[in-house]
Design a protein around this ligand. Structure first.
Ligand SMILES: CC(C)(COP(=O)(O)OP(=O)(O)OC[C@H]1O[C@@H](n2cnc3c(N)ncnc32)[C@H](O)[C@@H]1OP(=O)(O)O)[C@@H](O)C(=O)NCCC(=O)NCCS
Length: 179
């Protein structure tokens, strides 16, 4: 749970319209898609612009923050499927340039979104998923306190092979014990 020391240099703020091309490139990056997308496909600039416009202002069920290293946008963390009746949501994350991986930024950003979901949104449960080809993501989730709840075997097909989807969850009462 403790971020590595250089994670202190990242900050979180809304995305901006000027980030359209960068986000469009990330959404279409085959390496990132392989690790994190439900479906491998081409996203048009218009499609990404529409999504980005919503992410900038937020919606009733979505909250997104850019992850900044100094002035540079290096990724984003997203709370999605906010369900106020069942007090649950999901969190996803992307750091666009692999040069920035493995420095504790993902863990720090995920922990920031978890705190927002429990403290500000009043959620009781947060769900997250990782594919079987993404041990880095699983390690990050476990560092933040998530538990492995189950495996959806062969749940996605890409690059000529099936991948398991590992389902993670964190409850408010478990998170409070980590504070
Ligand atoms: C997943 C992601 C957000 C993680 O961010 P990050 O900044 O690289 O993560 P951190 O540095 O905070 O933590 C990664 C941990 O995984 C570990 N790790 C890296 N490769 C690993 C591997 N092959 N097996 C097991 N652990 C691994 C690191 O050592 C580190 O753990 P440690 O601090 O105990 O050493 C980032 O890599 C990313 O954006 N990937 C592409 C998109 C993606 O996968 N999104 C998540 C979809 S669920």
């Amino acid at each position: 749970m403790t971020p590595k020391s250089n994670s202190e240099s990242i900050t979180f703020a809304p995305l901006q319209p000027e980030h359209l091309e960068l986000v469009h490139a990330w959404e279409n990056d085959p390496v990132l898609q392989d690790l994190s997308s439900e479906e491998i496909k081409e996203h048009s600039l218009e499609e990404v612009r529409e999504a980005l416009d919503k992410w900038i202002v937020g919606t009733n069920d979505t909250w997104v923050r850019g992850i900044y290293l100094g002035d540079e946008l290096i990724g984003y963390v997203q709370i999605a499927a906010i369900d106020r009746v069942n007090q649950r949501c999901r969190i996803g994350i992307l750091i666009g340039n692999s040069m920035h991986w493995g420095r504790g930024y993902g863990t720090a950003a995920f922990a920031f979104a978890v705190q927002y979901a429990f403290e500000t949104l009043g959620m009781n449960r947060i769900g997250a998923e990782a594919y079987g080809n993404n041990p880095r993501s699983m390690r990050m989730l476990e560092k933040v306190g998530f538990r492995r709840e189950g495996i959806l075997r062969d749940n996605v097909f890409r690059g000529g092979r099936f991948l398991d989807e590992i389902v993670f969850g964190l409850l408010r009462e478990e998170w409070e014990l980590l504070l």
